[in-house]
Design a protein around this ligand. Structure first.
Ligand code: SDX
Length: 443
């Protein structure tokens, strides 16, 4: 039932306050459309039509001004630079929590008790192994395959090892798949990395914390146990927290869109990995590092900025659909960088990044477009300090974002308002052409 009343009477000023009165000048008819949560239902526009023609629809490429769902997972205020997971400010979570506790918060909607936390960590720890066949097909990729391509494929492939994941309406089953995916993404990411390095795969070490185990699977060689510097473990754990969710970004939208067909969560998250791979989204952290290397020295920054203004370059790591102020995550990452560089020594590209940010923030071109550093601008500098190659940066983003994708997927499958994602289009092609068979066309 829609909230639209088509009235012949002229719109009156005393229409319900939470409504919009629109007049269709083609027919002279006015309509009162309900406003709820500062939105109108696009479906309500369908009543506005000419005679028997189709009703009105909305046109919104990139969904710049369209809400696709109700969600209580993440809140962002782009003007104020606010980011909260389940109501908790990101600054407090980054400083006082850890990634698995934040993952619990995102998935369950509340912070865990000690017993709940211990059970959660135990479950995740003992699901880090993957089927041995994963090793075989990971070894099947080319030596120079991009780790994000391998992660997208191996995440989707997990759906073939766990066919019961298709039973998405079973609460226990959903929980088991969520635990498996959060637990196994570091293993899949680490094994993709080891494959590109031509090194043997390292199995999970269940005596290590989640993030320390990930570093072990990445960098362990012949030593009995890989001992990561605790400051680096902490910095990476903070980065995972900062990447854990971000409301309806492109990759989450992909997870929700694919998930809306009621496919298993591995297939839905695999679509999210694919979306994140793009340089306008999670792939930006890799693109930032390549951009800084290409600029090379601070003296080359003015020429590069001119290239951006001429439209020949994009200032990767800058700009955001929602943040029209500093991305709060970028501020925290910039601080985490200092902690990492204490251990690894500073990254010479940091000077270029700091000077680039300084110049951009003072330049009218960027100020007018409200372009500020986003989460990807500084994160790559930290990852490089960890000795990660740029191709691995987005894999790190994906591992952090997995609990967020799954929290959003969980919300989707329980949301009675949700339907299969199938937008309309504005058709611009030909109509009713008479087909001429090839034999005649080519005669
Ligand atoms: C992430 O959505 C999320 O939440 C994503 C994310 C998450 O956690 O999931 O936050 C992670 O993806 C961060 C963004 C990483 N991407 C980049 O750093 C790539 C560079 N940035 C852009 O391509 C761009 O800013 C986007 C894609 C991030 C946002 O694009 P929008 O919102 O569609 O904005 P737009 O492209 O319409 O830009 C508005 C104007 C345009 O200029 P005009 O045409 O009006 O003259 O700003 C310009 C753009 O050309 N512009 C840039 C720019 N970003 C926008 N110009 C130069 N350099 C840039 N980086």
């Amino acid at each position: 039932m829609t909230d639209v009343t088509a009235t012949d009477a002229p719109a009156t000023a005393d229409a319900a306050t939470d409504s919009l009165t629109v007049r269709d000048n083609r027919t002279g008819q006015s309509y009162d459309i309900a406003i709820t949560d500062n939105t109108i239902k696009a479906a309500d526009l369908g009543q506005i039509r000419l005679d028997e023609g189709p009703g009105l629809a909305t046109y919104d490429p990139g969904f710049v001004n369209t809400a696709s769902c109700r969600s209580s997972v993440t809140f962002i205020d782009g003007e104020e630079g606010i980011l909260e997971y389940r109501g908790y400010p990101i600054e407090q979570l980054a400083e006082k929590s850890n990634f698995l506790e934040v993952a619990y918060l995102l998935i369950h909607g509340a912070l865990p008790s000690k017993a709940e936390y211990d059970a959660w960590v135990h479950e995740i720890t003992y699901h880090t192994f993957v089927h041995e066949n994963v090793k075989s097909f990971t070894e099947g990729f080319r030596y120079d395959a991009h780790p994000m391509g391998m992660l997208m494929a191996s995440t989707g492939a997990l759906s073939t090892f766990y066919p019961d994941a298709r039973n998405i309406n079973d609460v226990e089953n959903r929980h088991l798949q969520i635990v498996r995916m959060i637990a196994k993404m570091p293993t899949l990411g680490a094994w993709s990395f080891r494959h590109t390095q031509g090194k043997p795969f390292v199995y999970p070490d269940n005596d290590l914390s989640y993030t320390a185990n990930f570093l072990s699977m990445l960098f362990k060689m012949s030593e009995q146990r890989f001992e990561a510097d605790e400051r680096l473990v902490k910095a990476l754990d903070v980065l995972f927290i900062l990447h854990a969710d971000h409301e309806q970004n492109a990759s989450t939208n992909a997870v929700r869109s694919v998930g809306s067909t009621q496919v298993d969560p591995y297939s839905a998250v695999s679509a999210g990995v694919g979306a994140l791979f793009g340089p306008l989204h999670g792939g930006a952290n890799e693109a930032v590092l390549r951009m800084l290397r290409r600029i090379g020295t601070t003296s080359e920054i003015p020429a590069f900025i001119e290239g951006v203004k001429d439209g020949n370059e994009k200032l990767m790591g800058f700009g955001h659909r929602v943040y029209k102020n500093y991305d709060p995550r970028a501020r925290i990452i910039k601080k985490a960088a200092e902690d990492v560089f204490e251990v690894t020594g500073t990254n010479p590209l940091l000077d270029i990044a700091l000077e680039l940010e300084k110049i951009a923030l003072e330049d009218e071109y960027f100020i007018k477009r409200k372009l500020y550093p986003n989460v990807d601008f500084y994160s790559g500098l930290i990852y490089e300090a960890f000795q990660f190659p740029p191709e691995m940066f987005t894999v790190l983003f994906a591992i952090g974002r997995t609990p967020g994708w799954l929290a959003q997927w969980l919300e989707l499958v329980q949301d009675k308002e949700q339907k299969i994602a199938r937008p309309k289009q504005i058709y611009t092609g030909d109509r009713t052409l008479d087909f001429v068979p090839a034999s005649e066309r080519w005669a």
